[in-house]
Design a protein around this ligand. Structure first.
Ligand SMILES: [Zn+2]
Length: 508
């Protein structure tokens, strides 16, 4: 019987974020703090929209035993500790050296720790050192910061080709199937890749829209036609002051048959991305202007997406400026949140449902990297509901997974129902509101902190989207970040950056 090993190690690190990411954050709903493993991990991922779920199915189809030594996944924030990487590598290596025919990894790729700029490459090179010939498949997030070390120490790499990420299972299945074909001797995969010096803006990367759509569509078509084994682009996670940010493409080809086609495709993808580089720049707009634009729109719900303070990019979700301006301009019939404020939740819980309270809401976090001082907002309202903050995702992103926002409370000011949470959460599924008795589809306005993932769950119920460039440590004004260690020159920080191709880079 074949023995496969799978593992999940995921974190998107905003190196400018002051929010700590201890090992205890890498937990899963319903379990003790920290990473899980074995049957607990299998139960958490089987049947969900995740790369790990695809690996579980592949092991079943191949009649292989599946060992799951670690599943570690935390909400984006500041740097995790180096010990997370040391621990994860040790657990995976122990499982591999106990006997392993293939390794299937579900990684984010956008992690950075104080000691490791390239934690995924570090883990892979340690695994490769003890298992030189082991077939290794890796599924990455679209927001991967890719390195040569990572490429050199894996057999097959695929990345999400959607943002919001709704192809997580498919990404694992694509990497896993190619690896199985390689193990069966049908193909001999090698990877071609390139990384352009473009700091593409998170608000402009999505493959469902231009300028990325044509480029990603070309990669998808080449893979579907069988010209190459796998192909895709990775938009990168730009809020990381490390050398590996850039816009990447990876093409997996059969060594004997596909190399010419792969190199031609890679060059075409990268040329098109480079030619469109100016379109990957996002222009910020004053908050007052965006709010008044929202007010001018007719039928609701109008969704206001505050992308300066997004949990899914390492934000605090406690910056109150956009809400304050919305109230100043008279927005009514609004649902808001989740706002991260454990103290306010405790105060409302103590007051109880039905009580009128005045809280100093949010503003508890300073962002020294951009010189921002937290400023709470005094809000008075009635406590409508207290919840445990747990719900199961029903929308298309991370479908079936359990989400946990910690204890939550709903504060009703008359004009706004505010969901306040004890854990940070980016709203990508309407369950975050509906679990607390708030129906966002019945509101005139929905004010949330998200930049793209909200589209997965909210687009079906809204009439308009207004992007709001609020302040915070996920600010869309990249000029505010104290860049120091990104590779230079890089576009658009250096407008005259020259292109860096050819040659295409290849796995060594
Ligand atoms: Zn992502």
């Amino acid at each position: 019987m074949k023995r496969f090993v799978t593992a999940v190690v995921k974190h998107e690190t905003n190196t400018f974020s002051p929010i700590p990411t201890p090992l205890s954050n890498f937990g899963h709903h319903g379990s003790e703090p920290g990473p899980i493993s074995g049957d607990l991990a299998l139960r958490a991922y089987r049947g969900t929209n995740s790369a790990a779920a695809a690996y579980i199915d592949i092991a079943d189809q191949e009649g292989a035993e599946l060992v799951f030594p670690i599943a570690a996944n935390a909400t984006p924030g500041g740097c995790p500790e180096d010990s997370l990487i040391d621990h994860a590598a040790e657990e995976i290596i122990a499982a591999v050296t106990a006997g392993c025919d293939a390794l299937f990894l579900d990684l984010h790729g956008g992690m950075a720790t104080p000691g490791y700029d390239d934690p995924e490459g570090e883990m892979l090179s340690r695994i490769r050192a003890v298992a030189p010939d082991l077939p290794i498949a890796v599924a990455f997030d679209f927001h991967t910061n890719l390195s040569q070390v990572t490429i050199d120490n894996a057999t097959v790499i695929t990345g999400y080709r959607t943002y919001p990420h709704i192809d997580q299972y498919e990404t694992g299945a694509r990497a896993g199937r190619t690896l199985i074909r390689a193990m069966n001797g049908e193909v001999d995969p090698i990877m071609l890749w390139h990384s352009l010096p473009i700091l593409s803006h998170l608000n402009k990367q999505t493959p469902s829209r231009q300028p990325m759509k044509d480029i990603m569509d070309m990669a998808i078509a080449a893979e579907a036609a069988g010209d190459v084994l796998n192909a895709g682009l990775l938009g990168c996670f730009p809020l990381a002051d490390i050398p590996f940010v850039g816009m990447h493409a990876i093409v997996v080809v059969d060594r004997d048959r596909g190399q010419d086609a792969g190199e031609a495709l890679l060059r075409e993808l990268m040329t098109m991305a480079w030619d469109r580089r100016a379109e990957f720049v996002f222009e910020v707009e004053a908050v007052e202007t965006s709010i008044s634009h929202a007010l001018s729109l007719g039928e609701g719900p109008v969704l206001l997406a505050d992308h300066g303070d997004v949990a899914g990019s390492g934000g605090a979700t406690d910056v109150m400026d956009v809400f304050e301006e919305a109230m100043r301009q008279g927005l009514d019939d609004v649902c808001v949140g989740p706002i991260w404020d454990p103290d306010a939740v405790a105060q409302m819980t103590q007051a109880g449902v039905g009580a009128e309270v005045t809280v100093q809401l949010g503003g508890k976090t300073d962002f020294p990297a951009i010189g921002h001082k937290g400023r709470p907002l005094e809000v008075t309202g009635t406590v409508r509901r207290i919840t445990d903050g747990k719900f199961t995702v029903t929308g298309p992103m991370a479908t079936g997974t359990q989400q946990n926002m910690g204890q939550c409370a709903v504060l009703d000011t008359g004009r706004a129902e505010i969901l306040v949470s004890t854990a940070r959460h980016e709203p990508f599924d309407i369950g975050c509101f509906t679990h607390a008795g708030i129906d966002p589809s019945a509101k005139r306005f929905i004010l949330i902190k998200s930049r793209q993932h909200f589209r997965a769950g909210f687009e079906p119920i809204i009439k308009h989207v207004v992007m709001v460039s609020g302040p915070g440590i996920t600010t869309s004004d990249y000029g505010q970040y104290p860049w120091d260690r990104v590779r230079r020159p890089i576009y658009p920080l250096d407008p005259e950056t020259p292109p860096n191709f050819p040659p295409a880079w290849q796995q060594k």
